[in-house]
Design a protein around this ligand. Structure first.
Ligand SMILES: NS(=O)(=O)c1ccc(NCc2ccco2)c([N+](=O)[O-])c1
Ligand SMILES: [Zn+2]
Length: 260
């Protein structure tokens, strides 16, 4: 009898083959231990100036669903907190689990949330392009928001209602007039630490700002993310898009700071 173990080689544990930085000193995500975080009174509040943000499209890039923004000027920026200058909003995307399973990237005392939203910003004061910023130690600032299941989120339907238009990898559709401020929880108290992109190329270029209070979404809304597939329309196998999260990485001596 022959047993063929078909192991997916491209999972997170294999990334260090092609991306040695996967074993680096400032990898993300991490498990956050609130009691070991250093409360830093000098950490001011996070300031989001999104009122003139311009969303462009929503896309399935084969890893997640992404909403892209116009980032040719400082119309939508994040500043304050640990940041020395404004960082421009470039895109946001989500990570989630399978049905009944949690899929956040960061965890808190070993506990994961149902999902995690990442709002990605880049330092256009110091760098000319996103690509250049994405490989610099102070190039990116990602605001992470946990999603927890409960009541329906009153605005998330604007995203979930559009997901059927981007079911397959490589699909893109117009998505104008969306302001992600409507997704944020009431408090922006946060933890912050120096980390990396959580998918290849895993560049150690991210100042992470993880908001403590989760946004609440319904199981039904979350289920709609699982109608997406990792594969292109022309491919015969339909691999449901879920569990697109990297597990927590070693802290390697880093300090996590806490706003008040
Ligand atoms: N989960 S995350 O926010 O850390 C993350 C990961 C990868 C990428 N992109 C992959 C990449 C960057 C440069 C070349 O290719 C992005 N992003 O682009 O916003 C975000
Ligand atoms: Zn992400």
């Amino acid at each position: 009898m022959v047993i063929i173990l078909e192991m997916k080689t491209e999972g997170p544990s294999a990334w260090n083959k092609n991306y040695p930085v996967a074993d680096g000193d400032r990898q993300s995500p991490i498990d956050i231990l609130p009691h070991q975080a250093r409360h830093d009174p000098n950490l001011g509040p996070i300031v989001l100036n999104y009122d003139r943000c311009t969303s462009i499209n929503i896309a399935n890039n084969g890893h997640s669903v992404v909403v892209e923004f116009e980032d040719s000027d400082d119309r939508s920026v994040i500043q304050g907190g640990p940041l020395d200058n404004p960082y421009r909003l470039k895109q946001f995307h989500f990570h989630w689990g399978g049905k009944g399973c949690h899929g956040s990237e960061h965890t808190v005392e070993g506990n994961s949330y149902a999902s995690e939203l990442h709002l990605v910003h880049w330092n256009a004061v110091k760098f000319k392009t996103f690509g250049e910023a994405a490989s610099a130690p102070d190039g990116l600032a990602v605001l992470g928001i946990f999603l927890e299941t409960g009541d329906e989120h009153r605005w998330l339907h604007m995203i979930t209602d559009a997901l059927y238009t981007v079911k397959f990898k490589g699909s893109v559709t117009d998505f104008k007039g969306f302001n992600p401020k409507c997704l944020l929880p009431s408090s922006l108290h946060y933890w912050t630490y120096l980390g990396s992109l959580t998918t290849p190329p895993l560049h150690e270029s991210v100042t992470w700002i993880v908001v403590k209070e989760p946004m609440i979404v319904s199981e039904k809304q979350l289920g709609k993310f699982r109608t997406l597939v990792f594969t292109g329309e022309e491919e015969d196998e339909r691999t449901r898009m879920e569990n697109n999260f990297r597990p927590p990485q070693l802290l390697k001596g880093r300090t996590v700071r806490s706003s008040n």
